[in-house]
Design a protein around this ligand. Sequence first.
Ligand code: ZN
Length: 327
Amino acid sequence: MSFPVHRPRRLRVSESMRRLVRETHLEPSQLVLPLFVCPGEGVRKTISSMPGQAQLSIDQLVKECEAVHALGVGGVILFGIPETKDEEASGAYAEDGITQQAVHAVKRAVPGLIVMTDVCNCEYTSHGHCGKVVERGGVHDVDNDATLEWLAKTAVSHARAGADMVAPSDMMDGRVAAIRAALDADGFLDTPIFAYAAKFASVFYGPFREAAESTPQFGDRRSYQMDPANGREALHEMELDLEEGADLLMVKPALPYLDLIRQARDRFDVPIGAYQVSGEFSMIHAAARNGWLDLDRAMMESLTSIRRAGAGVILTYFAPDVARALA
Ligand SMILES: [Zn+2]
């Protein structure tokens, strides 16, 4: 017997009633703000395709991290933009590299804020690819196993600088195991790995490439990032990363891949993360600027949906705005 016995509208009659039965909540403590750090002092270089976001020099980054921590945001993830790039991505694993210096400065100023680092090479290579490029029979591609060495060195250098967690985003096979072994060998047994386990070759990264100055100079990333059509393969990738020692698993982007966040939540018993990427963020801003969407409501609804799908940790450029809205 359904209607008229069951009337679901009874539980929607007022905001107090709706609040009482609400299933999903956003917590600032589970949000991570991505930040871009660049050389110099007093630098705040606006990223035109990402409203409100900027490349920050270390002094400005520290101020931003203090503000974000005061708002109750759980953490930040740092992306470095080095002074110079080369074929070997040497800036990625240099002891005094931009990210290493930034981690050190932020951890000293705001020890209570979780500082994660993106572990990849694309911001540091002159060609913009995520690893060592080799030529085989006239075709350029990223060499998987040679790249693992760079990633392991980079992760260790971030841990030495004080990073609370490292997050490899390169999509090389075997990178989690390589990073785990290198961290352990250097004494960082307790540094977790947040694997960008299911990272798709997505059009929604567009604005980020301006932000991180990491557009590939030739070709694209489809020989290492995943085909957006493949869900089962994404679960396979996650399973492999877990076997290799990943502590958290990430799905990236978030909103177009909610099905995979849900499946990952149901299948694996580790924290599942999702990255609401630059394109997801900028689309909402663009529509709001046109008067087509309410910015705050679109922000909250998109993030609530990512939570409802099963993400416990969300990387989002909206993190401080959400914290302010919830305060
Ligand atoms: Zn990369």
